[in-house]
Every structure is written in C-alpha cells, then in structure tokens.
Design a protein around this ligand. Structure first.
Ligand code: ZN
Ligand code: ZN
Length: 436
C-alpha cells in the first residue's frame, strides 16, 4: 500500500508510536491521532480529516528491555562537516544546528544525511539558538523557526520553507549578547508572539522584547553586571544576574534573590565544580515544570540553585552537587545527575536516586528518567556506549571509534534515537543513529 504523503513518492512508510519515515524518499512522517492518515513533517492539518495536528515531538520511547534491544545494532553515522559550538535540537523529525559561520544545518537521521538549509550570516551560531513556533500572521498556524543572534541582530529561519526573517536590531552603541566565549551563558528565546534577546550598553544589560506580529519593541533593564538567559519557565521569560532571577510579567521584571546569598555561575570559566553537557545552556527549566536549575555557588560549594517561580511566594532551594557528578537532561526533559555508583533524576529540589554499582561516569552522561535504561560512555579509550537496564548491560560501538569525541547527549528525532557529539579535532558535529 502506497501511503507516503510526499509528492511523487510511492513509498510505504514505517511508523511506530505515531512517528516514522518513508524508506523511499526518507522524509519524516507522522500519523494523524484522529484518523491515522500519514502526514508530512511540517503539516499543521491532517491531509485526510483536516483536523489540526503537528509532529509529535514527545512520542514515547519503548520501555526498558525493548529499548535495550532496539539499541543492540551498530548505529548509523551522520557527520555535519563544519565548526560548531552549540548543541543541535530536534524538530519535526530532523535535527537542526547552526555552525559558527551562521550556516543552519538540517540532519535527517533516517536518511543519514546532513545539509545546509539556510545561512543566517557570519557571526550567528556562536551561542545557543532556540527553535520555537512563531505566530506571525493572524489566522495562520504558527510555524517552527530556528532563532539565533549575532552582535547586531536577531534572525530566524522558518524551518518549513527556509525563509529568513530579521527581528531585533541592536540599538546605537549597543551590542546583542551572542558569543558564549566572551558573553558567558546566554541564548535567545521566543514565546510564540515575542522574540527575546539580551543587549549590553554602557549602563548595563537590557532584555529586549520584539512582537513578531506588530513589530513593537520593548526593553527592560536587568543589571549592570553579567546577565544569563533568557529562557522560558512555565511560559514566562526569565533572565538572571549573579544574585537574582528575574521573571518577566505584566509589570516588567520581578526580581527573586537567590537563597542565603548564593551566587549564580555566569560563564564556563567559573563552572569548574560542574560537569555539564557540551554546547548546551547551563540552566535547565524542564518543559511544563515549575522549577529552574541554575549552576551556582552556595555556602562556598557547587550547588544547583533551584527556584520554583510558580509557587506563591516563590520558593528557592540550594541543592549541593556531589563531587564527581555529571549532569545531562533526558528525553523527557528532566535534569539527570550521574555520580559514581548511582543516578538521580530531579523532580523538584530532591533527586530520585537509584544505586547502580557498576556506574563510573566520565563526562556528561545520560539516563532515561523512567530508569528504563542508562547510557554511559565506558571508561578507557571511549569507543563505546554502555546501555544499562536493571541488571542487564549492553555495549554498542560508536562509528567514530578512533577519534576523540565530546558527547552532547541523546536526542529523539522522529523514529530515531540519536547520540550527538562534537569531534574534538575540528569541532564538527557527529551523530550515531538508532532506529527505535
Ligand atoms: Zn516517500
Ligand atoms: Zn486525520
């Protein structure tokens, strides 16, 4: 039965958990949750029943042993041959990233290909980007955009049709924070109707907000010192200084001081107590959660500053960091801590921990938050990934076995689970791909 939704293709799609791809044209496909029809990656309405729909970014992973079995084979390999400083992100069955020269790369893990989808400009891609749906026109569904900044402007590319848009221009004498090596921990953010970025001027740092439909531009003074962010927490935009978190509300920025004079870490040079995943922003604000975790110093020791801004009044907890712990986020967007002999999944200020005797973390590790499987780089030459599930373990060779790599983390892209890494030698991006 030919059911590929792409033009001029007679393929038969492969689908599991509602997502898949066509093995003839290799494009991602998803199933309409109402009628089961196969739809193209960027479809906003079902081609058969016309119901509003969208690519399910959080399709469930197989549980435990089934996941372990799916990870048994030799993974496929994809390389994006460019220089990257920032981690890729998943959207509509593809992975996306931006190189330090501003090229937007699209990785198709099912097809094992990487290509340049757009070019934003030379100095884009020197700090983390975001992918968000922007509602630019009334009556049209929002479209996913990759949003990034250089010192002078914030731009986005519509991932479906690859059109490039300009959103924010730096003011006279101002410079947008856009370089992780010189500006510390920063990113850009968007909440559907607005795009946000940080700008530094003589007097200090400002949060800029641009309305994507009306073109209105607002600014909010944050601090004279270093500033991190912006990021979304429960739909609200937050930034932070060394001493405080700031939450943007109807009346402007509301300041929440960190508990007991704790201080946030503002750049990678200060983050020695933490093993953080490469290329990712250091803060973690789980989707749909009430908390943000910021790396910091409390009582002279490394700690996560954990703030709940949804509670009234806001609650703040300092979570001490165990020596030797590594941090990552799982495919359900939870903060995960790996320590020698154990793993912990954070849900609020207290991690749910589990003892795993054979665990020896090296660098940022990964665990599935449901404790169904644990993925760890093996000690030694670093050529293997070790998967744990209960008392079972399984090693998988990595395609880039002979080279030194710096692991970013595991990402879900359509029907694939992908391990993303930087090649140490040239900062190119590599991907090990398992179909699940
Ligand atoms: Zn096809
Ligand atoms: Zn349908």
């Amino acid at each position: 039965m030919t059911d590929c939704p792409y033009p001029d293709c007679a393929g038969e799609v492969r689908i599991s958990s509602g997502v898949g791809y066509c093995p003839a044209c290799w494009q991602p496909v998803f199933e309409c949750p109402k009628c089961g029809a196969r739809n193209r990656a960027f479809a906003k309405f079902c081609r058969r029943c016309k119901a509003a729909c969208g690519f399910p970014e959080r399709a469930p992973l197989p549980e435990g042993a089934a996941l372990l079995a799916a990870l048994a084979g030799l993974p496929g390999e994809v390389l994006a041959d460019d220089q990257f400083w920032v981690a890729p992100a998943s959207c509509c069955g593809y992975l996306w990233s931006i190189s330090t020269r501003g090229r937007v790369w699209r990785i198709n893990p099912a097809e094992r290909t990487a290509e340049i989808a757009a070019n934003l400009g030379d100095a884009f891609g020197n700090a983390p980007f975001c992918i968000r749906a922007l509602a630019m026109e009334k009556g049209r569904p929002p479209a996913p955009h990759l949003i990034a900044a250089d010192g002078r402007s914030v731009r986005s590319v519509d991932l479906a049709d690859r059109r490039v848009f300009d959103w924010i221009a730096a003011s006279n004498g101002g410079r947008l924070l856009s370089n992780i090596q010189t500006d510390g921990y920063l990113s850009v953010e968007a909440d559907g109707e607005h795009v946000y970025a940080l700008e530094r001027r003589d007097a200090g740092c400002y949060l800029l907000r641009r309305n994507v439909a009306s073109e209105g531009l607002d600014e909010f003074f944050v601090s004279a010192g270093p500033v991190g962010g912006p990021f979304l927490l429960d739909g609200r935009v937050c930034v932070y200084s060394r001493a405080s978190l700031f939450v943007l509300g109807d009346a402007g920025l509301v300041e929440l001081r960190f508990l007991r004079a704790a201080l946030a870490i503002m750049n990678p040079r200060e983050a020695r107590g933490f093993q953080l995943a490469s290329g990712m922003p250091p803060w973690h604000a789980p989707r749909g959660g009430d908390y943000v975790y910021l790396p910091g110093i409390a009582d002279q020791s490394a700690a996560y500053l954990c703030l709940n801004v949804v509670a009234h009044p806001a609650r703040s907890t300092n979570v001490p960091v165990t020596a030797g712990a590594a941090f990552s986020r799982d495919t359900e967007d939870r903060l995960v801590m790996t320590t020698p002999g154990g793993i912990g999944v954070f849900d609020g200020p207290v991690p749910h921990t589990r003892h795993l005797e054979q665990l020896v973390p090296k660098g940022a590790e990964y665990v599935d938050g449901r404790f169904t499987a644990v993925f760890v780089k093996t000690a030694g030459a670093g050529e293997k990934i070790r998967f744990y599930y209960d008392d079972k373990t399984q090693d998988a060779p990595l395609p880039a076995a002979a080279e030194k790599i710096d692991i970013i983390g595991f990402l879900r892209a359509g029907s694939c689970l992908v391990l993303a890494y930087f090649k140490t030698k040239d900062s190119s991006l590599g991907f090990a791909v398992w179909e699940i």
